[in-house]
Design a protein around this ligand. Structure first.
Ligand code: ATP
Length: 381
């Protein structure tokens, strides 16, 4: 397969393909998920993440390839025999049953004795902080509480692997943020491997130890949230995760300089980010808005103005000038849309560390924007 075998892998996905008629939903995926990990499959609508999750659960059969869970090939193992539980987006609680009975249901099916069943149900409810809610019916609970019942019901069976399909999608934004932390804490406490499907990059970043970004049935990049944000493998990942300014230009591999159309000054790359490419190679460079500094200058018409207004000598690289076209004030930070001379727009964000009465930057201001050589990242196609 060409994939290094990770001895600590709980799940090993090897060359897995899924075709639905003429549609290739999952295209030759190789992936290892470690024991105890909170792993996310992240991608836009139709990228194949749910199909991959359903194959792990045994609800779909791969067209080609193998799935091993804890070293065992799942090819002939039906869903109900897998050491796996799935928490569905709808939670699928039984409305006529109490919370306790909802949680106990799977154990009853497995004919677990009453004493053990009661013990495990109360432990699971304790875990999700619903110990006092056992006698309520689902309609007497808030959305967040219903979500936790669904989680308790999945955990009570002590699966080796829990699959979560957009587990927080039904919650409103504030509750989702709070629940994200609860979910991460619970996962850490129980030590069960979680695989979550989501299209919400913030959710994947907050919850996951590692995540895979998918596009058109394939995995584009696997890494920790930090790896993926700071070193996106390509433009697609860079643009999908957070916001990134992209500049295309020609790389001079010797000097590490990239000359970009529309920028007066070149972009200088820190040595370690070098592509190893040849002179004149066309590259796309990404710079995140929070890695740029912005300040007011007198006029944006000349490159030499970049250094104006400070004691520093004019900058020779990694700077641009333009006009502020838009400002989004978000409370904790402000986002500036800076229009360059050629019409292109660049986004710069700034943390509002002081409570400014007179915002020194305003619409139409001429500004200089600059960044450190460590800020730009090469985005491969
Ligand atoms: P979403 O976030 O919208 O749920 P997804 O990334 O989970 O998207 P999948 O549900 O895995 O995407 O679907 C991947 C592709 O496979 C899509 O093009 C979809 O239309 C197709 N597909 C999924 N299930 C079936 C099916 N049962 N029959 C035919 N095509 C399917």
């Amino acid at each position: 397969m060409g994939v290094a075998q990770d001895t600590d892998a709980l799940v090993s996905i090897q060359g897995v393909v899924k075709d639905f008629g003429g549609v290739r939903a999952v295209d030759t995926v190789d992936l290892e998920i470690r024991r105890g990990e909170f792993f996310s499959l992240l991608g836009g609508s139709g990228c194949g993440k749910t199909t991959l999750l359903r194959m792990l659960g045994g609800f779909e059969t791969p067209t080609a390839g193998r799935i091993l869970i804890d070293g065992q090939d799942m090819a002939d193992v039906p869903a109900y025999r897998r050491p796996v539980n799935m928490m569905f987006q709808s939670y699928a609680l039984f409305p006529h049953m109490s919370v306790e009975r909802n949680v106990a249901f799977g154990l009853e099916q497995d004919r677990v004795g009453r004493a053990e069943r009661d013990q495990r149900v109360s432990e699971a409810l304790e875990m999700v902080q619903l110990a006092d809610f056992g006698r309520r019916k689902p309609h007497q609970l808030s959305g967040g509480q219903r979500q936790r019942v669904a989680l308790a019901r999945a955990l009570v069976k002590r699966p080796k692997l829990l699959l979560l399909d957009e587990p927080l999608a039904a919650l409103d934004r504030k509750l989702r943020e709070k629940t994200q932390f609860e979910l991460a804490n619970i996962q850490e406490k129980v030590g069960i491997t979680f695989i979550m499907v989501t299209h919400d990059q913030e959710e994947a970043m907050t919850l996951s130890d590692r995540l895979a970004v998918m596009n058109a049935g394939r995995i584009v990049q696997v890494g920790t949230p930090g790896d993926i944000y700071e070193f996106p493998a390509n433009r697609l990942v860079g643009e999908f995760i957070g916001t990134i300014n992209v500049f295309e230009g020609h790389l001079d591999a010797d000097s590490g300089m990239v000359r970009c159309a529309g920028l007066d000054l070149p972009i200088l790359l820190e040595e370690r980010i070098g592509t190893g490419g040849s002179r004149g190679e066309t590259v796309a460079i990404g710079i995140r808005p929070e890695k740029m500094r912005i300040r007011k200058i007198d006029r944006a018409s000349e490159a030499s103005d970049v250094g104006a207004g400070t004691d520093a000598a004019p900058l020779a690289a990694n700077a641009l000038t333009g006009h502020i076209e838009d400002i989004a004030y978000l409370g904790d930070l402000s986002i500036f849309h800076v229009r360059l001379a050629d019409g292109r727009k660049v986004q710069v964000s700034r943390t509002n560390i002081t409570r400014r009465r007179d915002e020194p930057l305003t619409w139409e201001d001429a500004v200089a924007v600059d960044w450190d050589a460590a800020a730009p990242v090469v985005l491969h196609q």
